[in-house]
Design a binder for this molecule. Sequence first.
Ligand code: PFF
Length: 446
Amino acid sequence: MNETLERWGSQRAFILAVTGAAVGLGNIWRFPYVAGENGGAAFLALYVGFVVLLGLPVMMAEILIGRAGRRSPSQSLAHLARQAGQSTHWRWVGSFGGVTVFLILSFYSVVSGWSIEYLVATINGSFVDAAPDQVAADFERFLADPLRMTFNHTLFLLLTMSVVAAGVSNGLEKLNNLMMPLLYVLLAVLVFHATTTVGFAQAMDWLFTPELSAVNPGVVLNAMGHAFFTLAVGACALMAYGAYMPDHQSLPRAVGMVAILDITVALLSGIAIFSVVFSQGMDPAAGPGLMFVTLPIAFADMPLGSVWLGMFFLLLLMATWTSSINLAEPMVAGLQGLGWRRSRATALVTVSVWLLGLLSVLSFSTLADVHWLAGRNFFELVSTVPSDVFLPLGGLLIAIFAVWVLPRDIALRALDAGPNGFRLWRAVVRYISIPLMCLVLISSLI
Ligand code: PFF
């Protein structure tokens, strides 16, 4: 297939698109609950360290491959490998990424559906003056209802795939432009409210005073996986966006912006959520339901609480929407690369993701006690293994390709950061990121 001619409309549009991919459930839903299960501050410190040492350099590697190839991820890899006189089997890294995003999107759509349910419930006034126990019980009841869950999963997936069908660089820009600033305003309101609660000091301490005793290999692996997940790196999904990157834009600068925006959203929602957790004497390790139970409680005692809460779920929905569009794009682009029409490719991806998602839906009721591997049910497996193992593994292969296979001049041009910037980036990837990824992956296997 030939080079794509599609481009993001401006440099800002590219940054917004990548931020849209990065900021999503990972920051607002996953970060607080995974941090909660992994001891808080120690996890946070590791995760930020991994973002800087691995996430950012590998993100640059991934996007620059897409930018240099200007095709679907698999085809870019094959095309560039051919130019370098290497095996075109590198295309399989793209296929592996396709499997990863497929698995992730299947549960991502289900959890994003929870925000639709909660948005509607908020508009209906379900949380007005609701007691904390009742909010928790309502959430349990919702999870145990596969029909309602399936309905929301379906709705969310259709919402996502309708944008994908139209081509991502149309329309996504406007969505992002509106959403990102509003999301920050709301998070700021939430954090302001958090400072007035009795649990604030404890939450700050819990989030920002690391205890070394809390660190074990599992925590390190989870922190690394989360760094990849939250930045959307390792599945070739950003490679697909890199293919549409305009010429003459410094990649490190764009990516640095994205990382700062991404980490702040996670920190702000962490502060907001854990202040409620500690004020209410709840368990920080309560798992995936953490956000859905704490936020309605937090907003219930604020003036105009329901309005804020409704806006929050709306923004969460928009944030997850832009991320799931990014998750779907490489699959659709990949099938298109095999000669499929975009509409047919979109339809196939929609149906397959929907079907697999049903297993996640049922993991909260009928299949809750069916353990697939290591005592985990389907949802527990699909929401951890692809992010914590597949993304770092994909990231490792992408990094190796970018610094050892891709010809130097092509990489230099696609990074667009001058010869010194290029040398620095390449040294970091070769001597820090790659060994570190190997170390964590191997030690977690042992
Ligand atoms: N970064 C997204 C989030 O934090 O919600 C999730 C994600 C998107 C992961 C795209 C992986 C990916 F390829």
